[in-house]
Design a protein around this ligand. Structure first.
Ligand code: FE2
Length: 214
């Protein structure tokens, strides 16, 4: 809470979970409605709530975009840094995740991103293989990422928990959630099936925008 010029307490500008850009069932049959409801309404909301709770201890930080906090973790007070990494990261990563999927997704990228993938991985098929392998071999909870590095080149890697590329200077282009909560209701332990189906919902237009603004 802050105090305005009239001395009244103002509500801090809390971070909110954005509404999905499509219906909960829109990604069926690849990603089921129940998973989307639990993932968005419960898991993502919990990250937002805990992130906001951490920032309540330092309300001045509400003014700064989450991506900026995560990109400058040294500037985040030590007593809330871990909570910003975990819950701010969870909040931020899921914001990106809903946007990178679409009921009209799938296929292959076009334009500059397509060219860059070919340049840095040899072909779209090689990139697809590498991204899939990275998602499947990541041990435990985390995300697989396609990022643009400071040198402008594309890279694929995974990060644990809710760690995010912006904290190491890379710009997210594409991501897939490999926490079990992302797929367990429909696919149980079969992460490979989930990742295989994920290719059917990738919003390449959004990935292209992420690449261009990165
Ligand atoms: Fe998740």
């Amino acid at each position: 809470m802050g105090v305005n010029t009239k001395g009244r307490k103002m509500e801090s500008k809390k971070h909110e979970v954005p509404a999905l850009p499509y219906e909960y069932e829109a990604l069926e049959p690849y990603i089921d409605e129940e998973t989307m409801r639990v993932h968005h309404d419960k898991h993502h909301q919990a990250y937002a709530d805990k992130f906001n709770a951490a920032l309540e201890q330092r309300p001045e930080l509400f003014e700064r975009p989450v991506s900026e906090l995560l990109a400058n973790l040294d500037a985040v007070p030590e007593d809330i840094r871990k909570m910003v990494i975990n819950h701010g990261g969870g909040y931020y990563n899921h914001n990106l995740f809903w946007e990178i999927m679409s009921p009209t997704g799938g296929g292959e990228p076009t334009g500059e991103l397509a060219e860059a993938i070919k340049r840095d991985f040899g072909s779209f098929e090689e990139f697809k293989k590498k991204f899939t392998e990275t998602a499947l071999t990541h041990f435990g909870s985390g995300w697989a990422w396609l990022v643009k590095g400071t040198d402008g080149k594309l890279k694929v890697y995974s990060l644990p928990n809710q760690d995010t590329p912006v904290s190491i200077g890379d710009k997210p282009v594409l991501l897939v959630d490999v926490w079990e909560h992302a797929y367990y209701l429909k696919y149980q332990n079969r992460r490979a099936e989930f990742v295989e189906q994920f290719w059917n919902v990738i919003n390449w237009d959004q990935a292209g925008k992420n690449y261009q603004k990165a």
